[in-house]
Write a protein that binds this ligand. Sequence first.
Ligand code: HSE
Length: 303
Amino acid sequence: MPRKSIARIPASTTNLGPGFDVLGLALRLYSTVELEEINSGIEILVSGIDSQIISKDVDNVAYRAANVVFEKTCYQPRGLRLRIENGIPAIRGLGGSGTAILGGLLTANALCGDPFSRDQLLNFATALEGHPDNVAASLLGGLVVSLTLDGRVHTVKLDCHPNLSVAIAIPDFQMPTERARGVLPDTVKFCDAVHNVSSSSLLVAAFATGNLELLPFAMRDRLHQPYRKSLIPGFDDVAEAAMRAGALGIALSGAGPSVAAYCIKEEQNIANQMNQAFAMHGVSCNVKILSIDSTGATVDIGE
Ligand code: HSE
């Protein structure tokens, strides 16, 4: 059995507007998780972005996920050293917790000699995360469509247009997913449900055929953004600024607070305009222009 394994997991932006809990896109921004069996004890070491707010104790998300694999295989490591190099801003709507979950599952699975398939690991990850969109995109890469039915996740991965990139404005405040889900209504109008079914279907078809000129019509949402935007000062102005600067479409990234603009040109200008629009509302943010990760999470055996 290997003593050490290392996973590299891409960030994700999910929902893409209308595809609430269904669509996820992997981005070229990565965290790495390394798990090593040691003679005794538990060491959890975290470095990189937002490392001060990531637990170094046994409630660490990656550590807990690793233990799911150990429990299912009845393998008891003598001791464990977990190292996380975090490259993804935490609690900002970029799938950071999903990458931690996958990092723990993938590295523990490798240490146990790969007893579980990627499909099984995706099901474990979804059970831990509560919804499949982030973990499916980070695991598989590209644009991933997910459905959870009777406790099983079904996915299709689509490769993306090679020129597509995402300009992300990442505000300097955090938005826990529970808080952003807490403002959603229990029921929605039938016409709003129909609107989202048609938009997200058209959006998937646009990605599948490379017809990105459909994005301005296909990325509109009526299920979650109208409610969540009350938590994001300036959301409408940021969206309008991005579209005016040439974005094909905009969406709240996951549960927010980050805002994602989909572009094939003018990326830097779009990012700057979003930054300025947030600043007008007193929100300082970081902007990143990210291309699409088409590979998904990788795992290697260490020395
Ligand atoms: N689909 C999820 C949501 C992503 O919008 O709540 C957040 O993790």
